[in-house]
Design a protein around this ligand. Structure first.
Ligand SMILES: Cc1cc2nc3c(=O)[nH]c(=O)nc-3n(C[C@H](O)[C@H](O)[C@H](O)COP(=O)(O)OP(=O)(O)OC[C@H]3O[C@@H](n4cnc5c(N)ncnc54)[C@H](O)[C@@H]3O)c2cc1C
Length: 452
């Protein structure tokens, strides 16, 4: 870049090895190599980057930690600068009177969780990637996590976003109050916009007091559909667990082969169910959950202490890495269906696997109807890979047939863009494109994402 001087004071690299590292995320999206990677440290530096890019017809690719599963932070053309928020990672303010916290976008979700726990508070959204993903990335993808069953997703905790728009203006979307009804809700428009509308530089989040007690149950099922039925049965009772995570037999096997955590080998499915609140109340709820699961053939084990609980969560969080170990280019979809359709969709996915002779491994946030469906293919085997891609379309047809959605939390990015019109009708698509145009008329912010 011959005009790099204009970005004086902003940490930046054009070294090939850095560029390659910052061109990938956790998806199968094939990247282009960017012109540069920049690490701004302030809003003012982000403004300068935007103005520079605009003046030189270069696009910007905002990036958190690159753990995205849809290629949302992957460059699609070389004339771009990746803007990594890694170095804007401060916790700026904790306001315990108003139960809010203000952070820079590059702070890791787990760092925020850790800092708040010490103070007796918590931030509920907990994507399984929490140790490695950033709040900026979580906001831009509206990340969910196991606790969404009870507490909702990232969107439910974002109060205010300071962001830089494509013309270099700094906007404040939302505010400090817990309620507001003033004009269009720009904050909610930015949440889940995958870095295509503006670059977030500061985020105010709602926090909650730490619950008094937690009970963690592992329920072992000999039948996958029975586990799905247990999910809908529990959620239509008067118990609201904070998590209801499902692992099928193949994901249990994958985790145990990757990093043995002592999960039962003979289970067809596991449910990881967690309850939180006042001790006496959740004790009663746990008994009720155990009864409901037993009636469906489930056998429940209680995690006796913090170590046992952590081991179970470690197993759950290891599924994704374990599957990459088997097939590094597996296709990971994150469909979501109305909760009562979980047993039916699991049955259909199994049928799809048998019909196509392709291993399909399902796990995830069953309590939200959100399943991570992993089509185990290898990019080095073109025939197998083509077959994998054709299964994606069939999977989406099944999902939409149940009035579900093609993404519960990973977003559209590059990998799902070709399928967007399977779900979004033409007028809605027009409105979405119109919004993009208003925010970013020249299309310089994260091009090639969401829309084909
Ligand atoms: C092992 C594993 C487990 C996962 N589990 C979950 C899960 O349980 N739930 C879930 O929802 N996801 C999960 N994911 C997916 C991923 O972690 C999330 O999508 C996460 O929110 C991405 O955060 P990131 O910091 O890595 O962002 P990136 O992947 O770097 O970027 C994601 C998007 O955010 C945009 N972006 C980043 N920072 C900014 C900013 N400051 N301003 C504007 N746009 C920005 C990028 O342009 C891109 O569009 C998992 C991924 C892995 C690898």
């Amino acid at each position: 870049m011959n005009t790099i001087d204009q970005l004086d004071g902003i940490e930046l690299t054009t070294e090939k090895e850095d560029l390659v590292c910052y061109s990938y995320d956790s998806s199968i999206a094939a990247p282009e190599i960017p012109r540069a990677v920049a690490w701004p440290r302030s809003t003012e530096q982000v403004v300068r980057l935007v103005k520079y890019a605009s003046a030189h017809n270069i696009s910007l690719i905002p990036r958190g930690a690159g753990t995205g599963m849809a290629g949302s932070s992957v460059p699609v053309a070389t004339e771009c600068i990746v803007v990594s928020f890694e170095k804007m990672r401060k916790m700026i303010e904790v306001d315990t009177k108003n139960m809010t916290v203000v952070v820079e976008p590059g702070i890791l979700n787990a760092t925020l969780q850790r800092e708040l726990r010490v103070l007796g508070f918590f931030y509920p959204p907990d994507p399984a990637s929490l140790n490695i993903s950033t709040i900026g990335g979580n906001v831009a993808t509206n990340a969910g996590g196991p606790r969404a069953v009870k507490y909702g997703v990232t969107r439910d905790y974002v109060m205010e976003i300071e962001a830089v728009t494509a013309d270099g203006s700094v906007i404040n979307a939302g505010g400090r109050t817990h309620k507001r009804a003033v004009g269009y809700d720009l904050r909610n428009l930015l949440v889940g916009s995958e870095g295509t509308l503006a670059l977030s530089t500061r985020i105010r989040l709602r926090i909650l007091p730490l619950p008094e007690d937690v009970i963690t149950l592992l329920v072992i099922f000999k039948d996958l559909e029975a586990a799905g039925t247990a999910v809908t049965k529990i959620l239509s009772s008067n118990v609201i667990p904070r998590t209801m995570e499902l692992m099928d037999r193949l994901s249990i096997e994958a985790v145990e082969n990757y990093k043995s955590t002592g999960l039962p080998h003979d289970a067809e499915a596991l449910l990881l169910i967690e309850l939180d609140g006042h001790s006496a109340a959740i004790q009663k709820e746990a008994e009720s959950v155990v009864d409901m699961c037993s009636a469906l053939g489930g056998e429940a084990i209680v995690a006796e202490d913090e170590n046992a609980r952590e081991l179970l969560w470690e197993a759950r969080r290891s599924i994704s890495p374990a599957l990459y170990h088997i097939k590094p280019s597996k296709i990971n979809e994150d469909i979501v269906v109305p909760r009562d359709k979980i047993p039916a969709v699991l049955r259909d996915i199994r049928k799809l696997s048998e019909e196509t002779g392709t291993r399909i491994i399902s796990f995830g946030h069953a309590g939200d109807g959100n399943l991570h469906v992993n089509i185990m293919t290898d990019k080095n085997n073109p025939e197998e890979y083509r077959q994998g891609l054709s299964i994606v379309k069939k999977l989406f047809e099944i999902t939409l047939g149940y009035r579900g959605s093609i993404s519960g939390e990973h977003g559209i990015g590059i990998t799902k863009a070709p399928y967007l019109d399977m779900e979004i009708k033409s007028r809605e698509m027009e409105l979405m494109r119109g919004i993009k145009k208003v925010f970013d008329p020249s299309g310089m912010l994260n091009p090639g994402k969401i829309f084909c």
